[in-house]
Design a binder for this molecule. Sequence first.
Ligand SMILES: NC(=O)c1ccc[n+]([C@@H]2O[C@H](COP(=O)([O-])OP(=O)(O)OC[C@H]3O[C@@H](n4cnc5c(N)ncnc54)[C@H](O)[C@@H]3O)[C@@H](O)[C@H]2O)c1
Length: 434
Amino acid sequence: MLKELENKILKKKAKIGIIGLGYVGLPLAITFFKSGFKVYGIDIDEDRVVRLKKGKSYILDVSSSDIKEAMASGRLVVSTDFSLIKALDAVIICVPTPLYKTKEPDVSYIAAAVEKIKRYMKRGQLVVLESTTYPGTTEEVMLPVLESGGKKEGKDFYLAFSPERVDPGNARYNTKNTPKIIGGLSKESTGISKLLYEQAIDTVVPVSSAKVAEMVKLLENTFRIVNIGLVNEVMLLCDKLGINVWEVIDAARTKPYGFMPFYPGPGVGGHCIPVDPIYLSWKARQYGFEARFIELASYINSEMPGYVVRKISEALNEIEKPLRRSRVLVMGVAYKKDVKDLRESPALEIIELLIKKGAIVSYYDPLFPYLKIHNINLKCVEFNKASLGESDCVVIVTDHSDVDYQFVARNASLIVDTRNILKDIKNKANIVRL
Ligand SMILES: NC(=O)c1ccc[n+]([C@@H]2O[C@H](COP(=O)([O-])OP(=O)(O)OC[C@H]3O[C@@H](n4cnc5c(N)ncnc54)[C@H](O)[C@@H]3O)[C@@H](O)[C@H]2O)c1
């Protein structure tokens, strides 16, 4: 059976299913399509499926022309029908892994997808989980369900974990040229998933188990959250000492080894950095272990929106204006530049805090015409002299590329720049940096 699957993969005859067509699943589907496979995308979101059938992409890193080409070729099928799984040789799960309000991992999307796979599973199928999750999920959550019908992993089906490392909006690294880690439950599973991914992805790095692969991803994102937390704390200290932290980092990065620059900012956002390390600290607690770096970095980073609001308030105070009733224009609400994604964006918390303190808040973000935060509804303002000039303070939260910041600098009376995007403008008292 393994030989048969190997042959199908090598001849590009294997049918590949992707469950969950979001930021991770859709680029992956197109990557497998481009390498010659027939790909079946399954999502519970009917809207997304309809849009794809019309040849329209909703993900920044996937062009509509790629979707049109794939759909027209007949080698990309998209559907909400899970019974398609019956015909597949490999099924790759790319569903969300958020946190519950209690900050506990919500693996219910994985569990739902696995139930569907179990229902339609055929012998000899390869199942790979790509969603980021705590070490042990593949073995503890997926394996028992898939084996419950009597099938044996490594013999009747193959199961592996392969973390997705995609960085939305990154022009240099994409799904194809970012090395892929793979760890199977059995050596057969590692081998067959390595073979599959090698057909579409430039570099595949096998590791000894699914648990190791799960931990690799969490180490990577913990590394980021801790270093961001560290640099945010250094920024708070530099503020007290009257030192420009941005200049310090720029100088430190001239060291050719042993230093990697991270930058302070208004807080961390997105589906990964603020969430994934919490999966790890939750798992650690089950073993009576406290993941102190993660907890501390999360705490420091979560304080940043409040710090930004204090900066705005102090800057207004300098010109004898109270925050209450002042007009504050928030520039950029996405969680990171050039990405149409609001998940966990610190801009949302900054807006809520400003409104709570009585400021009159507006926002500008070319990627979001409207914004809804709980019961707050806002409409994006025009980017012009009037909207900038009417504001008592403009706060740059997300530094999208297609915005003329020199125009902002010329027309705003007071700016709080959380991204140092106006670094070339020196010695202007009306520009306040982190
Ligand atoms: N976005 C990133 O930059 C990124 C990077 C690396 C890893 N990841 C991880 O990848 C996983 C997916 O993230 P994403 O950003 O692609 O999420 P997403 O929300 O963009 O997409 C998930 C898709 O899964 C669909 N879905 C949900 N439940 C489903 C089910 N039971 N069956 C079929 N489809 C279902 C949703 O409708 C949605 O289209 C997460 O674990 C995330 O942590 C994300």
